[in-house]
Design a protein around this ligand. Structure first.
Ligand code: CA
Length: 428
């Protein structure tokens, strides 16, 4: 699909994340005003609450869904309504389209705000957060480190999109700093665990699928139905403490090593914007059970990169470049598997893809893999040597598709690790 031109000039630049083809949704605030729903276009954000108030985006039943500090009202309306709103917005913003906005200077002034003048908030209320482990290279790398190359993939891996139930309460928007977690730690040469701050702080480069349409308890869905339920995708950094995780994870999986913080990007890129970038999953090593079969390509060709910038470093160093097409299981397959036993899915559920890593070392989406469990320190462009994260290191994720003369960008998901909080007096 070619670039759709907009009368918002900055949206026609080949460098912008937000051409008319994209129209990602977010929640923004101006000064002390209550945050509202908006859509990014070029270097501006379009205030959807303003458009709704003047009747340019009104639904038949008259419910206000944009004058809210979260997108859940829009998300639960479902795919048909999403398509109507998108079509509406494209008409209002296209060069030569409906001039109700472009031809009304007062309305334009009220509804279009420079992105640099707004604060971006959590785009939606996260109902529940589930994290998967669906990147094959990541699973092979981690499995090789922990169990040896022979037993890298557990026997279920090629059959099940493996996941665990994470915490919605600690999902935060890009820009939020995270304190280094404390907890039980035990190295191989210690006889008993000790309490302390994690020394092996990591990131995980992931894409989050945002569920729009809920399911009923007890009712499975096909992968086609699951795909229809997904509202869009966000960048996701699943901060991880490898030393807390290593001691706690058997037999029930990650707990405190993952519960202290997950960052998501402020923009939800819709499935409609990504449609022409769909791509097929890699060849199956083992045939999947029929309930996981996928009639249409379930992955997307999305470039992803991670940069790292220590405090005071003049530049950020790119430490990973990979692509979402490296995944073994799609979000629709993960969602189908999640619901297959009867678990109801809700508007606002967030599904982490699992760490995305490609076969080359430059494509590893976590520091655990990049420094190979701490054995191979790496040097940043600015000279600092790292294995895991040090305090105040800034980690930034970016994602975009490469269209013909334009890109569909996710913006960025950034955050820093702060020192651990003061330990309480445990005797009180
Ligand atoms: Ca993860």
């Amino acid at each position: 699909m070619p670039l759709m031109r907009s009368w918002v000039e900055s949206a026609n630049s080949p460098d912008t994340n937000f051409p008319l083809n994209n129209l990602p949704y977010g929640v923004f605030g101006r000064g002390a005003d209550e945050p509202v729903c908006g859509v990014a276009i070029g270097d501006m954000v379009l205030d959807l609450a303003v458009l709704e108030t003047v009747g340019l985006l009104a639904f038949e039943d008259g419910d206000e869904i944009f004058n809210l500090p979260f997108l859940n009202g829009l998300m639960e309306t479902g795919p048909q309504a999403w398509a109507v709103v998108r079509e509406n917005l494209i008409e209002l913003l296209a060069e030569g389209g409906n001039d109700a906005l472009s031809g009304n200077p007062a309305l334009r002034g009220a509804a279009l705000v420079p992105l640099q003048d707004v604060t971006l908030y959590m785009p939606f209320l996260v109902a529940e957060y589930t994290d998967f482990y669906a990147g094959k290279q990541h699973a092979i790398n981690v499995g090789t480190m922990f169990r040896g190359a022979e037993n890298a993939l557990p026997p279920n891996w090629l059959h099940i999109p493996i996941g665990y139930n994470g915490r919605a309460s600690s999902v935060v928007v890009s820009g939020t700093d995270i304190h280094r977690p404390q907890g039980q730690l035990k190295s191989a040469d210690e006889a008993a665990p000790h309490f302390g701050a994690s020394a092996r702080m990591d990131i995980e480069l992931e894409l989050g699928a945002v569920v729009g349409v809920p399911t009923e308890m007890g009712k499975p869905v096909t992968t086609s139905e699951a795909d229809e339920m997904i509202f869009g995708y966000v960048l996701l950094n699943d901060w991880s403490s490898r030393d807390i995780q290593a001691w706690e994870y058997q037999p029930l999986g990650p707990f405190q090593g993952k519960a202290f913080g997950t960052s998501i990007g402020p923009w939800v890129v819709t499935k409609a914007a990504l449609e022409s970038f769909r791509c097929v999953a890699p060849e199956r090593d083992e045939p999947l059970l029929p309930y996981l079969s996928e009639p249409k390509p379930g992955l997307y060709d999305i470039n992803l990169e991670v940069t790292m910038q220590p405090e005071g470093a003049p530049l950020a160093t790119t430490i990973c470049k990979t692509n979402y097409n490296r995944m073994y299981y799609s979000a629709a397959q993960q969602l189908t598997h999640h619901a297959v036993g009867g678990c109801p899915m809700n508007t606002g559920d967030l599904l982490g893809s699992g760490t995305i890593s490609g076969p080359d070392k430059s494509e590893y989406g976590s520091l655990l893999e990049k420094c190979w469990g701490g054995k191979e320190p790496f040097t940043l462009d600015t000279g600092e040597v790292r294995t895991f994260l040090e305090d105040y290191d800034r980690m930034t994720l970016r994602g975009w598709t490469s269209g013909d003369g334009y890109k569909i960008g996710f913006g960025e998901c950034t955050g820093r690790i702060l020192p651990a909080v003061q330990e309480p007096d445990w005797t009180k």
